[in-house]
Design a protein around this ligand. Structure first.
Ligand code: BG6
Length: 500
């Protein structure tokens, strides 16, 4: 790993699309303002809209005005906009790639970007194989390790199931070496997700407790109050499991559960994460899937203000697609044998909150006389609050003041906002600079993506053959469907309340 992002041109396919507008351009602009882009850097956008450079710059400024934490000021924008270029065309058209090649050479000359290329596929996944092939045919991929470098950044979803993920990875592997491929999972760019490793391995006190002897169970929650945000056709294809669990939440789980890596090198970390995916207990059969999962779909809110999923634009009025899932996973290894990892995520829930809660075991013996005193002692819980109001909290029992021995539960909390000045960087800022550095630890490697699909695909298959009969089964704005509560109740446990 080199410390500084290296000079390069970011060739951005899908340059007028939603992802570029909402996430990529705001992140690049923020990096520019913070002085974190390489001194020799440019973006060449490619898309179907017939735009000139100036029109593209105007469009990107509008995007930054809408989606940057603070809107761009004129001077900063001018210096940033000078490195934005655009080339219009169809991805099926080979002459587009010849033109891109020419523009890249001119940009290299003007911006001293030394022939280094970062290709970013921010398009529909169906275009990935074509784009990869066109890049190869136009001889734009340098396979020699070292300089100039060619790297490929790919957005999720990486396939729709195990077979399609393998096929996509094979297509990519036909053109790029695995160490040239940077598969984005933007959760890995979040500060608080990265902090899971620092908390575990930068402190001596947690790791000795981080196992089946002390931990009763783990809850991973990503609740969203938003709906599908006009992405009806995408969501109908994807559903909650492939949208959130196969990627983001299993990545979070792997960081919580992995063994200590040998170093902080990318592959040392990714090896340990892949071991977690390999150890995920497979589903024995369809009944096991049904027993260990709960699915739901939102209907209209109780006050009638929010429409149900089936009433959203571009959604089938009889759609069986789930917008909520809860599941119970086990990691079959020495450390975690018997410890359930419960995952839940859904759209249109009462609160937006993403967190990991490590629930420790109950005290083994009641020392304080009466059972009713001890029954009030809640087991310790370590809460890693990923967003919003990023924090880490530990709940513990304290003596309530007075002559009686009475126990109360208190919370010791560290809050990012209070401890550190300034806003947390956007997830894409970190990921883009890491790709410019050539540091791949925060990107999903081929084996982990496929292992995650190996776990998820049987759920998709079972759900397809056993369609839901009770959808919609939770009201928009509620805590989710009753079947999720029952999943934990069967094990004598409850979900942590959703907190904003
Ligand atoms: C995306 C999903 O990958 O992640 C969206 O496609 C989801 O459906 C989003 O809303 C959540 O990301 P974040 O950063 O807002 O938690």
């Amino acid at each position: 790993m080199t410390d500084k992002p290296q000079p390069c041109v970011l060739l951005l396919f899908g340059a007028t699309g939603d992802l570029t507008r909402r996430k990529l351009m705001p992140a690049l602009y923020q990096l520019h303002v913070r002085g974190l882009l390489p001194p020799h850097f440019a973006v060449l956008g490619a898309g179907r809209q017939p735009l000139g450079n100036e029109q593209f710059r105007t469009l990107m400024r509008e995007a930054c005005e809408a989606f940057c934490p603070t809107p761009p000021d004129d001077a900063q924008w001018r210096s940033f906009a000078g490195c934005l270029y655009y080339e219009a065309g169809h991805f099926t058209d080979q002459t587009l790639f010849q033109r891109l090649n020419m523009s890249l050479r001119e940009i290299d000359h003007r911006h001293h970007t030394r022939g280094n290329r970062l290709f970013y596929l921010a398009t529909l996944p169906s275009s990935y194989p074509l784009l990869v092939k066109q890049l190869r045919d136009a001889e734009m991929v340098n396979h020699n390790p070292g300089h100039p470098f060619t790297r490929l950044m790919v957005e999720k979803p990486f396939g729709r199931d195990l077979a399609s993920a393998i096929a996509l990875n094979d297509e990519i592997a036909g053109v790029f070496r695995e160490d040239q491929v940077y598969r984005i999972d933007h959760y890995l760019g979040k500060e608080t997700v990265q902090n899971i490793l620092v908390l575990r391995f930068g402190n001596a006190i947690f790791e000795p407790l981080w196992n089946r002897v002390h931990i009763d169970h783990v809850q991973i929650t990503a609740a969203e109050s938003i709906g599908i945000e006009g992405r009806g056709n995408y969501y109908e294809e994807t559903g909650v499991l492939s949208d959130m669990v196969q990627n983001h939440l299993l990545q979070v789980l792997s960081l919580v559960a992995m063994e200590p890596p040998l170093s902080f090198e990318a592959d040392a970390i990714r090896d340990k994460k892949t071991e977690v995916f390999r150890a995920l207990r497979r589903f024995y059969d369809a009944d096991d899937v049904i027993a260990r999962t709960a699915r739901g779909q939102y209907g209209r809110s109780a006050d009638g203000q929010l429409v149900g999923y089936r009433e959203e634009p571009l959604v089938d009025p009889q759609s069986p697609v789930p917008t909520f899932v809860a599941l119970k996973a086990f990691i079959d290894n020495w450390r975690w044998q018997g410890v359930p990892f419960y995952i839940r995520t859904g759209k249109r829930l009462a609160q937006t909150t993403t967190e990991v809660a490590i629930h420790f075991r109950q005290i083994p013996f009641c020392l304080f006389g009466q059972e009713q005193v001890c029954s009030r002692i809640a087991p310790n819980t370590l809460i890693l609050r990923i967003q919003p109001r990023e924090a880490i909290g530990l709940s513990f029992g304290v003596k309530a003041p007075g002559s009686e021995t009475s126990v109360d539960n208190a919370l010791m909390q560290f809050t990012y906002g209070k401890h550190f000045d300034g806003e947390l960087p956007l997830a894409y800022e970190r990921l883009l600079t890491d790709a410019m550095r050539g540091y791949a630890a925060l990107f999903a490697r081929r084996d982990s993506v496929e292992e995650a699909w190996r776990f998820i695909t049987p759920i998709l298959e079972t759900w397809a053959t056993r369609p839901p009969t009770d959808f919609p089964d939770y009201a928009a704005g509620s805590d989710g469907p009753p079947c999720a509560t029952e999943l934990l109740a069967r094990d004598g446990r409850v979900w942590r309340p959703l907190e904003s």
